[in-house]
Design a protein around this ligand. Structure first.
Ligand code: HAM
Length: 464
């Protein structure tokens, strides 16, 4: 039997519903921050990633899926979204649009040839956002707040934001020199790769996966001690804006990020939930003011963030966040003979067009087994179509919870179901949470619900 490749996943059933829900919260939150969706190709010229992410990074040196296409071009499956977005910004001359900064977001598959383990896949789905064309520290704070708000809207509570600054070019050059001076006497205590990194790219020693527990790394100089005054002021402004927005964070001088394009603000969001894996972060990002010009475009200050969807779903499961996943149907239509089956086909079509979630029998089950199937599908209502009722222009509708049955005229069926389902919805808040909002508001948003219900459902709150 042919099996899926290592580090790839099939996502289906209830898990797929969770993924779709997470994506819907991402879309809704991005809309509030006025980001527009961007879709760039899954493969690009290899050079884009080598120049953009950096030759010395693990991603480029060990993890890319490279191939030569039939036309002899060197192609790479994208390992991340930023380089492609910047390429697109330049190629489509988005920098010429008076509407700056350009604020875009994406959600798509990326490929990294990593050693597969929990939270670390070879085919991964990332959502991310990029702000191109502004150096305002407010954009740094907003990108961090957007990341945090998406996690919050999803219901994650156990998150921690770590921020750091790598500073401008002068600060980075000073820091680089300090690192080389510090590591040179310890060169033989570093792994083979880090020995090469020492001269080429000493910053990369700090995120080495082999040497990560080495105490020499832990005692290495910190970026913040090498920031010049302008970089320090800038970093303080970012913190001011975060404070104003009420975003909690910690300054963590160990964060350097694993990609070469960063300067100034860098940040990572951790999931502080047991079982998540201490080496995994929920998401990370930072400012990359030099990338656009490095890729042949104009000098353009940029900042962005990305997060793996698989890791978000994992955190939601570990935190046991209750999600408003619809795994019920409104109505299951049952029948015995061919005439009734034809009527089921007709009725299903009409009711689905009217907006109801309707299913019926497709495998030739007897009536008893059809009732069991209705229960498996968690049908709120069932309907056994029989020729006699249909001749009288009626159907028998059963409330599957209360087991009450009513004979309803076919003409009134849509109104009947509509009313009954609406009262059912009003009765139970679908989040099962400690939602205290009288009106059963499920949005977690401009909601006056004390406990911040996060189900993202239809909001019935008067205040919205
Ligand atoms: P990154 O830290 O390489 O940054 O990846 C961002 C996120 O993608 C990680 O925090 C993690 O959630 C997810 N991720 C990365 N690798 C894997 C993997 N092998 N399996 C599962 N999830 C993974 C970037 O990609 C930058 N482009 C972020 C950025 C955007 N910086 C500025 N703009």
């Amino acid at each position: 039997m042919i099996q899926k490749q290592k580090g790839c996943n099939d996502i289906y059933g209830r898990e797929a519903k969770i993924w779709k829900y997470v994506e819907s919260v991402i879309d809704a939150t991005m809309e509030k921050y006025n980001y527009t969706y961007i879709r760039t190709p899954l493969f690009e010229a290899t050079e884009l990633f080598h120049r953009g992410i950096g030759e010395g990074t693990d991603i480029v040196s060990k993890e890319t899926y490279d191939f030569v296409d039939r036309g002899g071009r060197n192609i790479t499956l994208r390992p991340e979204g930023t380089a492609g977005v910047v390429r697109s910004y330049i190629e489509n001359k988005m920098y010429g649009d008076p509407n700056q900064p350009v604020k875009v977001y994406y959600n798509g598959t990326m490929y990294r040839y990593e050693r597969p383990q929990s939270g670390r896949d070879r085919e991964l789905t990332q959502f991310g956002m990029e702000v191109l064309g502004s150096d305002d520290p407010l954009t740094d704070a907003e990108v961090i707040s957007l990341a945090v708000n998406i996690y919050k809207m999803l219901g994650l509570k156990e998150i921690k934001v770590n921020i750091n600054s790598l500073g401008d070019k002068e600060s980075r050059d000073n820091y680089r020199e300090a690192l080389v001076n510090y590591f040179r006497p310890h060169i033989n205590e570093l792994c083979e790769d880090c020995q090469v990194r020492l001269e080429k790219n000493p910053l990369r020693i700090l995120d080495c996966k082999v040497d990560c527990d080495n105490k020499i790394l832990k005692a290495a100089p910190k970026t913040l001690d090498y920031l010049n005054e302008a970089s320090r002021d800038r970093f303080e402004k970012v913190q001011d804006y975060l404070d104003i927005m009420g975003i909690k964070y910690e300054i963590n001088p160990n964060i350097v990020r694993g990609l070469d394009y960063y300067n100034h603000t860098v940040f990572e969001v951790e999931a502080k939930v047991e079982g998540f894996g201490s080496n995994n972060v929920l998401g990370g990002g930072g400012r990359y003011n030099g990338l656009c010009s490095q890729l042949g475009g104009p000098e353009t200050p940029c900042i962005g963030f990305a997060s793996g969807l698989g890791r978000i779903v994992m955190a939601l499961e570990l935190e046991k966040v209750k999600l408003p996943i619809i795994d019920e149907i409104d109505l299951f239509l049952m029948y015995v003979n061919e005439d009734e089956k034809k009527y089921a086909a007709y009725l299903a079509q009409e009711l689905r067009l009217a907006g109801f979630i309707v299913d019926t029998e497709y495998t030739g089950r007897g009536l008893k087994a059809q009732f069991k199937q209705a229960d498996r599908l968690k049908a709120k209502f069932t309907c056994v179509l029989n020729s006699e009722d249909l001749n009288n222009n009626e159907v028998k509708v059963k409330n599957n919870k209360t087991k009450e049955e009513e004979i309803i005229s076919l003409d009134a069926l849509i109104y009947y179901l509509d009313e009954k389902l609406n009262t059912m919805e009003d009765d139970d808040c679908c989040c099962d949470d400690d939602c205290e909002c009288e009106d059963g508001c499920h949005c977690g948003d401009d909601c006056h619900c004390v406990d911040d219900c996060h189900c993202g459902d239809d909001c019935h709150c008067h205040d919205k």
